[in-house]
Structures are given as C-alpha cells and as structure tokens.
Unconditional design. Structure first.
Length: 668
C-alpha cells in the first residue's frame, strides 16, 4: 500500500489554502447564527455536560422543538474556538480550512488502497477543489461534515489493517475502528455509515468475493453439508462484530433522542407531507438532482427548501426520465462491480459505497429530513464521485492517443473548479451576499426572500426589508413566517394597523387544534410566535388586555412547553394587577428553564408586588447566581436589603437610585 509523501501533503494543503483563504473574511451566516452566536453551550460559564445533553443548536434534547441533531464533539470544537477568540469569525473559518486539508490527505491515503498513485492523487486534487464543498468549508456549521469525515476515513483505514498476513483477525484495529466510528457519529450522524463501507471492502475487496462466488459457496455448503470455509468464517466474525457494535451505537443514539424524530413541516420538505405517488416520485427524483450537482456544480444555492424544486406529481412528468436514467446507470455500475473480481470492479464498488451509503441518511427514502437538497451532505458522497472520475481518467489515459487529451481535461477541470470554489466563497461573506446569490439561482423559494429581508432588517433598513418580505408572501402565500415578518417590519415602521393585519393573516393560516393530536407534528414551533407578536402589539391598548391574554393562553394550549408564552403572559398579568396569576405563569416557565436569570428576576418583581420581600430577595439571589452582572437584579436586591435593614445602609444611596418604581418592570 503506497504511502502519502510530504510533497503530496504540501500540494494538497497549498491547493486547499489557495481555494479557501478568502473564507477568513467571511462572517457568521445562515445556520452559523443559531449554532455559534446564539448557542450558550459555547460559553465557558455553561457546564461541559450540557454539550452532551443538548442538540447541535444548544436546545435540550428532551424538548419537542429540538432538532435532535446530536453532535457534541463538533460543538466542543466550537467551544474551543470561543475560548481562543470568542466570537471572532476568522478563527472558526481558519480551523475549517485546516480540517478540509486534513480530510484531503486522509482521502488520498484511502484512495491508495484501491487506486494507483497517479489516479489517487487526481481523485484527491479534484476533491480538494470541488465547488460542492464550499458550504461545508465556508459555512462554520459545515465543520460537522469535516470532523465526521476525518473520523470516517480514519476508521476505514484502521479497519484495512484488521487482517493479518495469514488471514487471521487482528483485533486491535477493529477496536480502534469501533471507537473512531463512535467519534464520527458524535460529530455527525452519517459517520455511522462507514461501517457499511468497511463491510463492502471486507467482502468484495479484501476477500475478493463476487456475487457468483458467494452463491456458489452457499450452494456448496448446502450440498456437501460441510462447514463454511475458514476464510468465510473469519469474514463473518469480523462483520458480526462491526454490525453488533453499530446496533449498540444506534440504540444509544435512539435513547439520546428519546425515540422521537425531529419535527419538520411542509415548508422545510414539501414532499415529506405529500400523498403517494407524489412523495415517492419526488424523493427519487432528488437523487439525479444531487448527482447533477456533483457533475455540474455551476449553480449552487444555500437553501433548497420550499418551492425550489417543484413536486413530481405524475408518472408522465418528464423528470421521471432523469430518475430512470440515474437508476439505470447505478444498476450498470453495480452489476459491473459485483459480478467481477478484477481491480476495476473493486475500485467501482468502493466508489459506489462511498457515494451511496453516506448519502442514505439524507436521501429521504427511509425517513424524512428537514431539507430537500443540502450541498453540505454531499461532502462524503463526493469522495466516491471523485474516485469514479479518477478511475475513468486512468482507463482513458492508458490509450496512447487519448493520454494528452485526458491530462488536458483533468487540468481544465481542476482549474475551473478551483476558480468556481474561490468565487463561491465570496457569497458566504455575509448573509446579504449569501441569500442574494441564492436568489439568482432560485426565485421560487420564499425562505430566500425572507432571509434577504432579515439581513436588511439587521441593518435597520426596514423599508427595503419590507419589500423582500412582501415578495415572500407572493411567492408562497401560505407561508406563516413570511406574514409574521411583514407584521414585525410594519411594527418597526410604526405602522401598527398594517402590522396587526399581517399578523391576523398569519394567524388565519395556522392549522386548527385537533384534540388528542400533538400540535408540533403539524406546524413549526416558531410559528406559534404569531400569537406572542400579535398579543404584544395589541396590549399597548389598555382596552385590549383581555384579548392579548387570550392569545397567550391559546399559544399555551397548543404547546404547553412554550416558555416564552408564560413569560409574556406573566408580564401582562402584572399589568392587569393579577400578581398571583403572574407568579403561577413565571413558576411554570421556571419548570421549563431554571437557568434563565431574567425569569428569576421577574418572579422577584412579582414577590415585591405581593409584599413578599424575603422571597423576592431569594429570587434576586438566584438571578445573580446565574448572572453576577445582572444589573437590575443587583439594583433591586441592594435596594430591597437597604429598605428591609438586612444590608449596609450605604450599598446604594437612595438619591443615586432614583424612583424605585422605574426599576420594577419584568423583563420580556
């Protein structure tokens, strides 16, 4: 097995740096906001155990709104980044570039197990510059793919050393493989698929079996009533260890998510809630769509949800021809690789295993996922694609008259892909550049119009933001979130009447509650904010307080764990002079989240209103334990101690405090 030379390592590293150095000027965009900026698990004050109790976005796994993506090792690297540079984006992007270079070197090492030296280098070079990887490298959250790939490739390499010279089993590499598979899975779920890749390698490459040979062996055993050959028994034993360890890993993973799949809506993945045969036809059509992105990554988009790809609703749809062509080509390649035992067949079967198996969890074919197409999930499958291209290059270059042309084609391909990757990175500079670039590819996705609006909203450019939000409602008239965005923007523009009308439209689109059925299975949890936003708007009118309270209660009835509804309702009840009910609302919110200092502060304010200074002081102390710099808790606890005589009289002189009533306002 040829090793990787330092010259090759330097070549790959230089190529990766040349293609991706401009990502160091990119900020936190798209999913980075939730995973990095808003994720408390990155902060040093958060206990490390939270990383193993929460999902990728910092939401407790037990909560229904959790995405159920369990990637604690990836979040741990984000936390290390935070310790080094807090929220300085370049350090996060730099580590992503380094990790991509490591993946490229490991991939080259893997290719050496079934390709010659030149072809394996071609595959690794193509992988290094392929534009489909920009989302995984330029987007910080793409680190999940990078880390998982490192452990996936390392697990495969470890497994290739599990056979001794006398065909005996070497158990140490198998143990290392199991550990690395676990690590890959804790970086991203698809890491577990390397077990399937190892099984394919063991049967069809290491042992050289073909389907006819396997059939003949089985028939011989039945006919002669003999024992399995020693080689077959050794292979079966190794595969059993891999499969059993994988099943145990799956069981643990299911326990972590508490046997609940994440909640996705028709806006995330329209085909997932479509009837047959639309669902099946669309999901199968997505396979050639992904294959085309690998073959021709000329038009890339950060978001393929909603109406990006129209549903395939009929067998007469011409797009079904692409599905048939895809399955036909896949079947021919599989037939070639499984029937014969020569080196070309072994290369093809390994390429197919790298393409197909890691893509299965994201294919929608076995269970729905929260996206239609996602370029980042093609990071590992692209390895198999690059192997096929390199193998084809090797076959063609052996023909004398085509050798120069094949090298020219590979050179042009590498150059064009490198330029495309470099330019594509510029789209990830900011949310505005990212989403406007996506709109050039697809104008039928309301989410993209909304996201450009959000980017403009963050710049306080509400007039322009409103135009994009309104366009989103035209593209997708039943998009609840788009109408909520319109309402919020009207409110920011002090157009209360128009804001209320927009919120009322969004509210009218909410599905009716069906008794005995979980609300979360039919609508995105964040859509419930329409009740909060509408109530917060109308409560400014003293005559509509009861109407606002009804909206809060409606949100709570739909989702009993909706923490923000309890918080907002508690503040309203105080305004309505109902402190006892306000206290009950805050106590219910604290049952859902005891780590929120503002909740303890709000409860203390209620205690003061109810003439319970001792309880108020205790709750102020709870808030300060969680956040020692909570200014309002410090202010009011000091004042309370001064008035009750429990503290030094010179903590905060009354003259410097100002009117006490000004501070006694719950935090929303």
């Amino acid at each position: 097995m040829a090793v990787v030379s330092w010259k090759e390592v330097l070549l790959l590293s230089a190529l990766v740096v040349g293609c991706y150095w401009n990502t160091l000027w990119c900020g936190f965009v798209f999913d980075d906001v939730s995973a990095i900026l808003d994720n408390k698990d990155l902060r040093p004050a958060t206990p490390l155990r939270n990383l193993f109790q929460n999902d990728f976005w910092g939401t407790p796994m037990a909560e229904e709104r959790s995405h159920k993506s369990y990637r604690p090792l990836t979040v741990l690297t984000f936390r290390l980044n935070y310790l080094l540079s807090e929220l300085s984006a370049p350090s996060y992007h730099l580590l992503n570039v380094v990790l991509h270079a490591v993946v490229c070197v490991l991939f080259l090492r893997v290719c050496r197990t079934f390709l010659d030296r030149t072809s394996s280098l071609v595959a690794a070079l193509l992988f290094a510059v392929h534009p489909i990887h920009t989302e995984a490298v330029a987007g910080v959250v793409g680190r999940a793919e990078l880390l998982s790939s490192i452990f996936l490739l390392a697990a495969f390499l470890a497994y290739t050393r599990s056979t001794g010279r006398d065909n005996s089993i070497v158990w140490t590499p198998i143990g290392v493989t199991v550990v690395l598979v676990s690590a890959a899975t804790l970086c991203k779920e698809q890491g577990i698929t390397v077990v399937g890749i190892c099984c394919v390698h063991e049967v069809f490459v290491a042992q050289g079996f073909t389907l006819p040979m396997l059939g003949d062996t089985f028939l011989q055993v039945l006919r002669d009533k003999a024992c399995f050959p020693y080689t077959v028994l050794q292979t079966l034993l190794k595969l059993m260890v891999l499969v059993i360890s994988t099943l145990l890993l799956v069981i643990v993973r299911v326990q972590v998510i508490q046997s609940q799949l994440p909640v996705f809506t028709r806006f995330d993945n329209p085909a997932a809630v479509s009837p047959a045969p639309t669902k099946q036809l669309t999901f199968n059509y997505l396979l050639p769509v992904n294959a085309w992105l690998l073959l021709n990554p000329s038009e890339l988009c950060c978001d393929w949800t909603m109406g990006t790809i129209p549903l395939v609703e009929s067998f007469l749809d011409a797009r079904n021809l692409a599905t048939l062509a895809f399955y036909g080509l896949l079947g021919l390649l599989a037939y070639h690789s499984l029937r014969y035992s020569h080196s070309s067949a072994k290369t093809v079967i390994m390429a197919l295993s790298l393409i197909v198996l890691p893509f299965v969890p994201a294919s929608n074919l076995f269970f729905p996922v929260g996206f239609v197409v996602a370029e980042r999930v093609l990071y590992v499958p692209s390895m198999g694609f690059c192997v096929l291209v390199a193998h084809g290059f090797r076959v063609v270059s052996r023909k004398g008259q085509l050798k120069k042309m094949s090298w020219m084609v590979i050179g042009v391909l590498l150059a064009t892909h490198a330029v495309k990757t470099f330019n594509r990175n510029l789209d990830w500079e900011s949310e505005y550049t990212l989403f406007t670039s996506a709109l050039k590819v697809n104008k039928n996705n309301a989410k993209l119009w909304n996201n450009v609006g959000h980017a403009l909203e963050n710049q306080n450019n509400y007039e322009r933001a409103l135009r994009y939000f309104l366009q989103a409602t035209r593209v997708q008239p039943d998009d609840i979130g788009a109408h909520m965005n319109v309402g919020r923007t009207y409110k920011n523009l002090n157009m209360s009447k128009e804001a209320e009308e927009a919120y009322m439209i969004a509210k009218s689109l909410m599905p009716q509650v069906i008794p005995g059925r979980k609300y979360a299975t039919r609508v995105a949890p964040n859509h419930l904010n329409v009740y909060i936003n509408l109530a917060n708007l109308i409560r400014t009118n003293e005559s509509r307080l009861e109407e606002a309270d009804q909206l809060y209660r409606q949100a709570i009835s739909m989702r009993p764990d909706f923490k923000q509804a309890y918080i907002s309702r508690g503040e309203l009840l105080l305004k309505m002079n109902k402190p006892s009910e306000a206290r009950d609302a805050y106590l219910r919110a604290l049952e859902l989240d005891r780590t929120n200092p503002d909740l303890w502060y709000n409860l203390a304010i209620v205690n003061i209103e109810m003439k319970e200074p001792t309880e108020a002081l205790k709750n102020f102390e709870h808030a300060l334990e969680l956040n020692p710099r909570h200014k309002l808790a410090l202010f009011n606890s000091a004042l309370l101690m001064q008035e009750s005589g429990k503290g030094p009289q010179n903590i905060l002189p009354r003259a410097s405090i100002g009117p006490r009533a000004a501070s006694l306002r719950p935090l929303l």
